[in-house]
Design a protein around this ligand. Structure first.
Ligand SMILES: [Zn+2]
Ligand SMILES: [Zn+2]
Length: 606
């Protein structure tokens, strides 16, 4: 169903030829300045047709666009990891990107909730959830009256996993991705592939018209996909699965890469009281033995593997197989490979951003990326590749850790907050009894769901009882504010009418995360260092509009990108528009991000 058949865009090489002719007609002086940098490391100017004909086409080929776009997303990789651990990176991994790429030090997401699906969807659509429709990892679906995930699809079948397992697809995405536009422009010749441990991490960066998305089955230890893309897995994927790729990590011992003192100095002791000790299968101290508590590879082990750096090794080797198996980056129709490494997120949730585990998986990720970049260099050539590196969100310090250093860390009891909301609603609409006077169902029916920090009202019940929406939204919001740890609330009425100031960063992030058909009716924002959860909970999370969740790395490396540290404000939503400019193509449909002009080797027309 995803075969592209609505393509009107000219083939890129036809476009290039047309450009070549125009250039030869109008003379080189202005056109050359506009389209080509004269200090480009690999070429000096676009030759005119007459000049070109006198050149050996093999040694003086005309300028080419990047042949491969490689997007590397590390789930939950905070910006500060580059600064705290960067001097320990190897030369050819993240260090290479920081040295040879353009590196934004203040890149931040401009939406909330800052969770995995909205973050990933932002990257290649170049816009926020209000535009691309991916408002959370999951949300309450009013149509079916149940919770759905960003990629759940009852019509899709899983390929490569266990029988009858739930599959996924990009059908909830409302905007096109960079890959979608590329496939339109090349009549589907460009290949667009997403890879992750998480289905959403693979699917949402690729897009609706992608060639494929692949993710990891924690039940079978295999790489799986969806019949949304094809009826059977490509042979190279089956061959990869036949090697039982997960099993070789069974019983693997996760030890620190460097001496312990280095970790203690930068990340504190190994086992502070606030770390989640987790299951009986593992402790919170090094070494971690990755077996899932089982005596042989099986579901318990496959379920545990994603929480270890070895899952990233598995994904990197799969990404290399994808490059080889799909011949990515081998011709002028640029391909897109997006790789999202998920293990860092699982480790971060459990141990927090100030842990030896977070530090060690960061150092290992750097080395894994070095191996991947070497592979891409050998196979495609880094000069033919544009690499973008970022994260889908950051993470808060573990609340108990924050509290231990006198920051206002804490967990806001969801149940207590909802109880306060229901009590106020009952008091106003049902005389406090919870029963409506006319004998209709309880006013408690009015609150139907709570998802992503948003209260969803039962729209039918409100209409039935002729409840004023604006009033009940305000009553619920004010009731929520009586709970300890709530900072603010925003109502549907307020957001739909645009009655929020976009110069207020929290309000703006709420607005950018709000989609009228999909979002709730009252958005609740916790105070910094606090999030919803019961007091028995451990570990940490992300989702807030605060900098520990929004501030992420943003690096773009490519032959037309000027290396350097950029202090301009930027957002991961700027990646897709910038890549589109580098590829000289149509940006994604709803792109709101800016082209990161300061880094491009293109002179202005002035
Ligand atoms: Zn994530
Ligand atoms: Zn997470």
């Amino acid at each position: 169903m995803r075969t592209t058949n609505i393509c009107f865009a000219p083939h890129l090489s036809v476009f290039a030829l047309t450009l070549l002719i125009i250039v030869s007609l109008v003379g080189r002086s202005t056109a050359q300045q506009h389209y080509l940098p004269d200090h480009h490391p690999h070429r000096h100017y676009l030759p005119t047709v007459s000049e070109q004909s006198s050149l050996n086409p093999k040694t003086n080929s005309p300028p080419t666009r990047p042949r491969l776009v490689l997007l590397i997303v590390v789930d939950q990789f905070r910006y500060d990891y580059l600064e705290r651990f960067g001097d320990l990176f190897v030369a050819k991994g993240l260090g290479r990107l920081m040295r040879e790429g353009a590196w934004w030090t203040s890149a931040a997401y401009d939406h909330m909730p800052t969770s995995t699906a909205p973050g990933h969807a932002t990257l290649m659509t170049g816009t926020w959830p209000a535009e691309n429709g991916i408002i959370g990892n999951e949300w309450f679906d009013r149509e079916t009256g149940s919770s759905v995930t960003s990629v759940s699809d009852t019509a899709a079948k899983l390929l490569g996993g266990e029988e009858g397992a739930k599959a996924a697809s990009p059908r909830r995405m409302l905007a096109s991705t960079l890959g979608d536009e590329l496939r339109l422009a090349t009549q589907g010749r460009s290949k667009v592939i997403g890879i992750s441990v998480k289905d959403r991490g693979a699917i949402l960066t690729a897009g609706r018209g992608a060639t494929a998305a692949y993710w990891f089955s924690a039940k079978t230890g295999q790489v799986v996909s969806s019949d949304y893309y094809f009826n059977q897995l490509p042979q190279w994927v089956t061959s990869f699965n036949n090697t039982r790729p997960a099993d070789k990590y069974f019983g693997a011992r996760w030890e620190r890469l460097l001496p312990e003192a280095e970790y203690t100095r930068r990340a504190g002791p190994d086992a502070p009281s606030w770390e989640k000790t987790g299951t009986s299968k593992d402790t919170n101290t090094f070494p971690h033995i990755i077996s899932g508590g089982a005596s042989a590879p099986g579901p318990a082990f496959y379920d545990e593997l994603p929480s270890s750096p070895f899952a990233n090794d598995l994904l990197i080797s799969f990404a290399e197989q994808a490059i080889a198996g799909e011949l990515l980056g081998q011709d002028d129709d640029a391909d897109v490979l997006s790789l999202s490494l998920s293990a860092n997120d699982y480790v971060g949730h459990r141990f927090g951003p100030y842990s030896q585990e977070a530090m060690d998986i960061t150092l290992r990720t750097d080395r894994q990326i070095a191996a991947l970049l070497d592979y891409v260099d050998a196979r495609v050539g880094l000069r033919n590749t544009v690499v973008a590196f970022t994260a889908d969100h950051g993470v808060a310090p573990i609340p108990e850790h924050a509290a231990a250093v006198n920051l206002p860390g804490g967990r806001v009891k969801t149940s207590a907050m909802l109880e306060a909301v229901r009590a106020r609603i009952n008091a106003r609409y049902a005389g406090g009894s919870g029963e409506l006077q006319n004998g209709a169902p309880s006013a408690r029916d009015y609150v139907q769901s709570f998802s992503n920090g948003q209260i969803y009202f039962n729209t039918a019940a409100l209409m039935r009882d002729r409840i004023n929406r604006e009033e009940i939204e305000r009553i619920a919001g004010e009731a929520a504010m009586t709970t300890l740890g709530i900072a603010r609330y925003f109502t549907r009425t307020q957001l739909e009418a645009g009655r929020v100031s976009t110069t207020d960063p929290v309000a703006r992030r709420v607005l950018h995360g709000f989609h009228p058909q999909r979002s709730g009716d009252v958005v609740i924002v916790c105070e910094p260092f606090k999030f919803f959860g019961e007091s028995s909970a451990t570990g940490t999370t992300h989702g807030s509009p605060y900098s520990y969740d929004t501030h992420v790395p943003l690096i773009i490396m490519g032959s037309e990108v000027k290396a350097g540290r950029y202090r301009e404000a930027a957002s991961p939503a700027d990646i897709a528009p910038t890549l589109a400019a580098l590829l000289r193509m149509q940006p994604p449909s709803n792109a709101t991000g800016r082209v990161l002009l300061e880094s491009l080797n293109v002179k202005s027309d002035k």
